[in-house]
Design a protein around this ligand. Structure first.
Ligand SMILES: Nc1ncnc2c1ncn2[C@@H]1O[C@H](COP(=O)(O)OP(=O)(O)O)[C@@H](O)[C@H]1O
Ligand SMILES: [Mg+2]
Length: 475
């Protein structure tokens, strides 16, 4: 049955369509009978048989009184093997200059949430090593869980995400999804090129709705990418890695939509549905009996204010967060992680093992002490400290240096080779600093030459818990 309606008003991206009797459903796609089949998405229904719709493609060829046909379907994107290596937009059209994904590809309604119970808690947690010391140590990456990379503009969120894709996707036979949400357009090209250079396109699927797109597309692109990932998890029983850059832009896009829909914002200035917008999407990034989705999400922090309500709401959904800070970046430390603010609920003996857990407690307390000693030193000078304090201060400084690392994805820009460390090497290097178990304390910056030495360390000590594969040292 085809519902017929006609356009009664057009304002910005909002198109009101009057139906005679039978109304379309929310999230249904409508087509304007203007010869171009302009698509509209039903956002909600108003009284008097009016459907409030969003103009998905900002198509201006819509006029009042034009006929509108309901399609009986929601947004359907192509999913499955034919989408691998492709770059798609929020409604599943190619952005990579190649033809449309073949008609034979299965289609999936992006709003349809699979009915599956989460039961990943019954399985033993599996740590996926990232090769990045600061992540493996402070915010371990555990299969089926979520980590966030939080920070203001230009502090290194995207670079760290690229490095993660580079390091993990290469070692995993699984599949990686990338959702580019509302960020710079050139970053899409850069990612595509990096993946191509490293022959990673064959197990990556990308969705982009960058800042050049309208808020409808930006609010949908994350949902579409999640739908694509769910298909691989549920139908192909795959373990999927899901990268989103930037999750804050998802909230922002929905906020813009709520503004053009004349909805009243809540106290924080965000849309009143901000919590459910985030929760609905985050809940879908989960694991079930079929497979897993492990995600890394970047979160932009407006005005470097971590107490921003949207940032807090997203952060609440994550298992661990790495906070990047401008203050740290200004000291030339890369990655610019604020070690005192980064936290993870996965840093427990059950998950990371006794050795890692104990080290983390010790390192964190030393770093907190370092912060307070720093202000004392500013007043009285380092020489006035007690011997214990002075030794702790020196250790903390070494630790901070030890957590810096060159990124592989920056190699072609900076000419400095990237580094990858196994978790075992990371733990040993920290023990060396804390207990001096190394004949040559790690005082130099961890340049590539150190990699060889830490390799020897790792052969002497064995990790009890690490369930993941070792990473190649040199590439
Ligand atoms: N780990 C790093 N090593 C070297 N340079 C970095 C690193 N992280 C960021 N940068 C520099 O900072 C710039 C901004 O980083 P980016 O990741 O794009 O920031 P964000 O995504 O947080 O806005 C990069 O283009 C790069 O020049
Ligand atoms: Mg970025």
């Amino acid at each position: 049955m085809i519902n017929l309606g006609y356009v009664v008003s057009i304002k910005n991206l909002v198109v009101r369509v009057q139906f005679d009797d039978q109304l379309p459903s929310v999230h249904e796609v409508l087509e304007v009978d203007n010869g171009f089949k302009t698509i509209l998405l039903v956002d909600h229904l108003e009284k008097n048989n009016v459907a409030l719709c969003l103009n998905i493609r900002s198509d201006r060829r819509i006029e009042k009184n034009m006929k509108v046909i309901s399609t009986g379907k929601s947004i359907q994107i192509p999913v499955g093997d034919l989408t691998i290596g492709r770059v798609l937009d929020a409604v599943g059209h190619p952005l990579d200059g190649q033809p449309e994904v073949d008609q034979s590809a299965p289609r999936k309604d992006i709003f349809q949430i699979p009915e599956k119970k989460n039961d990943f808690s019954s399985t033993t947690p599996e740590i996926l090593e990232t090769g990045i010391k600061v992540i493996d140590f402070f915010t371990p990456f555990v299969k089926g869980r979520k980590i966030g990379i939080i920070g203001g503009a230009g502090v290194g969120k995207t670079v760290l995400t690229m490095e993660l894709i580079n390091n993990i996707a290469q070692n995993d036979s699984g599949l990686a999804f990338f959702a580019g949400i509302g960020e710079r357009i050139r970053e899409g090209h850069e990612l595509w090129n990096t993946l191509k250079e490293n022959d990673l396109l064959r197990n990556t699927c990308m969705f982009f709705g960058q800042m050049n797109e309208n808020p409808v597309q930006r609010s949908l692109v994350g949902v579409s990418a999640v739908a694509g990932a769910e298909y691989f998890r549920d139908q192909q029983h795959k373990d999927v890695l899901f990268f989103a850059d930037n999750m804050y832009r998802f909230v922002q896009a929905n906020n813009e939509l709520s503004t053009i829909l004349d909805q009243i914002p809540n106290q924080g200035g965000y849309q009143s549905a901000v919590f459910s917008d985030v929760k609905t999407l985050q809940d879908r990034l989960s694991s079930n009996q079929n497979g897993s989705i492990t995600s890394v999400q970047t979160i932009y922090v407006p005005a470097d204010d971590l107490s921003d309500p949207a940032v807090q709401i997203i952060q609440h959904e994550l298992d661990g967060t790495l906070v990047l800070s401008r203050k740290v970046a200004e000291q030339g430390i890369r990655p610019a992680v604020d070690l005192n603010l980064s936290t993870s609920s996965l840093l427990t003996p059950d998950i990371v093992g006794e050795r890692h857990y104990k080290l983390s407690v010790e390192v964190m307390s030393l770093l907190r002490k370092y912060d307070s000693l720093k202000s004392i030193i500013a007043i009285i000078g380092e020489s006035e400290l007690s011997p214990v304090d002075r030794s702790d201060y020196a250790k903390a400084k070494k630790l901070i240096k030890n957590f810096t690392q060159n990124m592989n994805v920056m190699e072609k820009h900076l000419g400095v080779p990237g580094e990858i460390y196994t978790r075992e090497q990371t733990l040993s290097s920290i023990e060396a600093i804390l207990y001096g178990t190394d004949s040559n304390p790690v005082s130099e910056p961890p340049q590539a030459s150190n990699t060889e030495k830490s390799k020897d360390d790792s052969q002497q000590q064995s990790s009890k818990k690490s369930g993941s594969k070792s990473k190649p040292q040199d590439k």
